[in-house]
Design a protein around this ligand. Structure first.
Ligand SMILES: [Zn+2]
Length: 78
């Protein structure tokens, strides 16, 4: 069984991240989506801000990707 968290214990040291945290696919750093989960102030005692990197496919699967206005305009025309 493979843990998504691996040995990273939330120290925030993600400088060498080059793979999607969901599917473990190797992705060029320039093509990784950065997901930041920032807790509301009321929960900041219990949670800390988390940062993950994922590939465009997974971002789309989670409905977290948003196409640029340029692409949207193009789609609307078609
Ligand atoms: Zn992925």
């Amino acid at each position: 069984m493979k843990s998504v968290e691996r040995e990273r214990d939330g120290t925030g040291d993600t400088a060498h991240d080059q793979e999607c945290y969901r599917c473990d696919r190797d992705v060029a750093p320039a093509r990784l989506f950065r997901l930041v989960s920032e807790p509301p102030a009321a929960l900041s005692h219990d949670y800390q801000t988390a940062e993950r990197f994922c590939c465009p496919d997974c971002a789309a699967a989670m409905n977290l990707s948003e196409f640029s206005e340029r692409l949207k305009a193009h789609a609307r025309r078609g």
